[in-house]
Design a binder for this molecule. Structure first.
Ligand code: PGA
Length: 232
């Protein structure tokens, strides 16, 4: 599974959008999709029920530069785990990435570092690249729960808690320091930043990280397009 070499721009829709709203987003975005910088990899991370629809759009030629992510994956293999979505359930949808351990999962669903480590294993077993979310104070604890041999197969998303959904994006110098810390612990992995990324700051972030995870400003297709244009 090769690591991404292009900057990743990920639209994390979280638990937003029904089928109709997702369809409208995709139709609007489709008008712009061919115009973005060709070395960007755009990733859409919809809620699970929207995965088949997004996957179908992405199969069309003009969506070539766009990939599909899920926002979570089961920490167990396929089997008797009611309510869980396992790697095997995702087969056939061309899911390239799985976000694991987002702070909202840790906070509201009580996921532990070990749960997240198990999700890393399950994603990799399904040939899906895990995007492991961390905040500064548990980079070490999270990495040590993950098997050393697979650390470098991860993408790491640095998401400072206070920056998520707040408009308080973290100053670049602080991000730079944590990026160095993550590299010391995880090795030479792609590192992305998430937390109030918008068209106004995306370019600055791309100068110090390998991509961005975008929540709020990915929800409207036109706004997400603007952000991609600003990344030029
Ligand atoms: P935000 O969310 O862009 O709304 O801050 C980012 C995230 O939680 O991934």
């Amino acid at each position: 599974m090769p690591h991404p070499t292009q900057p990743l721009i990920i639209a994390n829709w979280k638990s937003h959008k029904n089928e109709d709203e997702a369809y409208q987003w995709l139709k609007t975005f489709e008008e712009d999709v061919a115009t973005f910088r060709s070395d960007l990899e755009v990733v859409i991370a919809p809620a699970f029920p929207l995965v088949p629809m997004v996957s179908e759009f992405l199969a069309n030629d003009q969506w070539q530069k766009v990939s599909l992510a899920v926002q979570d994956i089961s920490s167990f293999p396929a089997g008797a785990y009611t309510g869980a979505v396992a790697g095997q359930n995702l087969q056939g949808f061309e899911v390239k990435y799985a976000v694991v351990g987002h702070s909202e999962r840790r906070r509201y669903f009580h996921e532990t570092h070990q749960d997240v480590a198990n999700k890393v294993d399950q994603a990799l077993a399904a040939k899906i690249t895990p995007i492991v979310c961390v905040d500064q104070d548990y980079v070490e604890a999270q990495a040590s729960a993950i098997e050393a041999a697979v650390l470098t197969k991860c993408v790491v998303a640095y998401e400072p808690l206070e920056a998520i959904g707040s408009g308080n994006f973290q100053p670049i110098d602080e991000v730079r320091e944590v990026v160095a810390q993550i590299k010391r612990v995880f090795g030479a992995v792609p590192i992305i930043y998430g937390g109030s990324v918008s068209a106004a700051n995306v370019k600055e972030y791309l100068a110090v990280v390998d991509g961005v995870l975008v929540g709020t400003h990915s929800l409207k297709a036109a706004e997400f397009s603007q952000l991609l244009t600003a990344a030029l």
